[in-house]
Design a protein around this ligand. Structure first.
Ligand SMILES: CC(C)(COP(=O)(O)OP(=O)(O)OC[C@H]1O[C@@H](n2cnc3c(N)ncnc32)[C@H](O)[C@@H]1OP(=O)(O)O)[C@@H](O)C(=O)NCCC(=O)NCCS
Length: 273
């Protein structure tokens, strides 16, 4: 059995970490790693073997209330050797050390096996919805929005905790639509553009926001919709999206925050909730 070392992720590791992301076919880009690292510089970890990055995990904390675990990846040729479990143990230890008691993540079907063994329970299941490209041409990048905005009480109710600091880091990379009834973002990904987060007071408000964002891209679009939000799924279907992948929201800890899922029309990313 090969040896591996668990240590903190640093900026110089991003190319190695992104190799694993590419291997798994995920949609994030190097800028996503950088954002996660800048947000929580001591809370992202790698497994290293023979000088190579062979595993990754990130944590994202919201207001010392909620900790999110993401980017759990292990090199194909190093799987089933306990690396994911060791990375999770380090991530959970880090979050525990900051006093965070409620921890969540979005699991792929294979990831679920790892997390169940560590005591995570299912909160709800959800789908990634996709819409194919509108034209066959070189994809154009989605431009970021320079304007500031306040995610406010509506997003706190939707997500269960304030995530303004994280959204402030996301905003320069995303096209933003915001009004009194909610907000939405659209940004470029490695494989497809990503719609989310979208928080809205009503299905009509969500429809208005999404209908302003989608015409800004002709690329394929991914949209992760919380399973319990039936109105969001209905909206996605009416706009030509189809469910493509199953994911599971899981949690552990002493307290389960109670977000209002009826206000959450799109996740920000499975890696951050
Ligand atoms: C999911 C993933 C991170 C697991 O990494 P890993 O290092 O192989 O996991 P571990 O060795 O710590 O596995 C711990 C336990 O989880 C379970 N498990 C892990 N992979 C499994 C699989 N493919 N099928 C069934 N059970 C599995 C087993 O019980 C395993 O213990 P065992 O090997 O003693 O039977 C890895 O398969 C991966 O990178 N997959 C692609 C990306 C992905 O889906 N990431 C998860 C995102 S939520």
């Amino acid at each position: 059995m090969s040896q591996f070392l668990i240590r903190a992720l640093v900026e110089e590791d991003i190319a190695g970490a992104d190799r694993l992301r590419q291997q798994a076919g995920w949609n994030q880009r190097p800028s996503d790693w950088l954002r996660l690292l800048r947000y929580q510089p001591n809370g992202c970890f790698v497994a290293e073997s023979g000088g190579d990055i062979v595993g990754t995990v990130t944590t994202t904390s919201y207001e010392r209330e909620l900790g999110w675990i993401g980017m759990m990846l292990v090199d194909l040729s190093f799987q089933r050797r306990g690396i994911a479990t060791a990375l999770m143990t380090e991530a959970l230890k880090f979050l525990d050390g900051t006093g965070i008691r409620c921890i969540k993540l979005d699991a792929t079907p294979v990831g679920q096996h790892v997390y169940q063994r560590l005591g995570f329970e299912t909160e709800w299941t959800f789908h990634r919805w996709t819409r194919t490209a509108r034209r066959v041409a070189k994809p154009r990048a989605v431009n970021g929005s320079p304007i500031a905005f306040e995610s406010g009480d509506l997003d706190r109710a939707a997500f269960g905790v304030c995530r303004q600091r994280y959204l402030d880091l996301l905003r320069p990379e995303a096209r933003l639509v915001a009004d009194n009834d909610g907000f939405g973002m659209l940004r470029s990904g490695q494989n497809a553009d990503y719609l989310g987060p979208v928080t809205a007071e009503s299905p009509e408000a969500a429809s208005r926001i999404v209908s302003k964002l989608l015409p800004q891209t002709e690329n394929e679009v991914y949209w992760d919709i919380p399973g319990p939000n039936v109105a969001a799924a209905k909206l996605a279907r009416s706009l030509g999206f189809e469910p493509a992948r199953d994911l599971t929201r899981m949690w552990t800890g002493s307290k389960l925050l109670q977000p209002d899922i009826s206000l959450q029309y799109a996740l920000a990313d499975p890696g951050t909730g």
